[in-house]
Write a protein that binds this ligand. Sequence first.
Ligand code: NOJ
Length: 552
Amino acid sequence: MTDQLVAAADASLDATWWRQACVYQIYPRSFADSNSDGLGDIAGVTSRIDYLAKLGVDAIWLSPFYPSALADGGYDVADYRNVHPQLGTLDDFDVMVEAAHGAGIKVIVDIVPNHTSDLHEWFVEALASEPGSAARNRYIFRDGTGPDGAEPPSDWVSHFGGSAWTRVPDGQWYLHLFARAQPDLNWDNREVRDDFLYTLRFWSDRGVDGFRVDVAHALAKDLSEPLRSSTSLDANLPLDGSDPLYDRDEVHEIFAEWRQVFNSYDPPRTAVAEAWAPTERRALYARPTELGQAFNFDLVKVDFDADEFRAVITTCLAEAELTGASSTWVLSNHDIVRHTTRFGLPKGTDLQDWLMTHGTSPKVDAEAGLRRARAASLLMLALPGSAYLYQGEELGLLEVADLPGEALQDPIWERTGNERKGRDGCRVPLPWSHTGESFGFGEGSAWLPQPEQFAASSVLAQDGKAGSTLELYREALRLRRQLQSAEELTWVGGESPEVVHFVRPGGWHCVTNFGSEPVALPEGVVRLSSAPLQGATIPAETTVWLTDWPSV
Ligand code: NOJ
């Protein structure tokens, strides 16, 4: 091949890097604290790039690190084009990107377009301006209902509990689908649209490789009067896009514009939608003319069960095929109870109720949870498409369910009148070492208390230890790169219904025994297993990777 052809081949490889990438989600405040102020920061991420490279991830996705009052862990953005002073500076950000790229790791940032912080200069200006003014028109302000306008404009409710409307001193109300401190933007306003295009360019120009788009399905709203009721948050949405708040057809015009920005870069910037749309409509966000990928969260809703896994995999691969996107797989993230804990609870446990018992009832079977989580992770990592890992899952961390009320920071706790604890239990800062006040997260204490059990799960305690969860993930990611092939799988049947077995092109087999009895090990060369094999059998609740002989 001539040099030119080689270069072209490299560029095209690069343009599709995301299709089967392993993306590691960093929740910056809880990852690594370089200046020991209790909050993780950007320099902390830079200091751990070697760790991420050794883990073998292709990309990192950073949850918001922008200036924010942290009313919703940073998803209340006060300035989209800067770094929170406690987390660092734009220079620190540039250094981090350079270090990541130097280690062959791409960088994805979180974009939060549905709402700003109430500290954003636009909202401050809106509050200081008259009803009907241009400043108010960047948000969704309405007069109230009832005799003196003292009732909210509609019955819409916030995801965090309570009405989605808050009244301001002059009597008008503003919409916030999340916390009061997160006013919703008006996406019918051209200025709002242009400003986000500018933000996408701002980060792309700084070398960012892609974007995770928060609440992508809520931007377009039908605000015509009278305001209609919405179909209970985003569950059970209609299939025709007729809900006034979620998954409306007009939202796709916005992302088509974004795609033009992404494609003006070489390689094009990537994007993944957080879109809680019905499965049938989720693929629309992933069209190549829009965001390119959409999260499927189906694996976060299943029990550790062969039929449920098989069904989800079948549906999601068919969905990805519809648009030519690649599928995404998620077992844990910053919004849900960690999967090691989920799989250690009896099937069907209501996780919010369970959290309210401080994790005591029912009791979590930590050993079974870890065994199943390791098996599920290995299965996920063998699937065609991209796998999104959440920081700490490679350590097998459990949810911290006994955080005391006074430590909780998730707005859900306050907005539900202390009836739901929210999501802090999966956001507890990472343990890097088994000693130190915050287990090596920083030198002082961390912003959320860490449990004693974090010592045994720490990076240092697992590093180099045969059979540890950290070493399992490292080996899985190394092999995954080596064995990765076309985005296809073929089901292999004929075994017990408790067994999920598929093979990828090139002869990479993944076999999970979901049952409680050992099953026969199929033929092939064993490359990795989530638990030690017993002779020629796969133990209960174990995944094994094999390759055909001669080995690939
Ligand atoms: C989804 C994010 O993942 C979550 O953490 C946040 O609270 C909401 N969007 C609102 O931005």
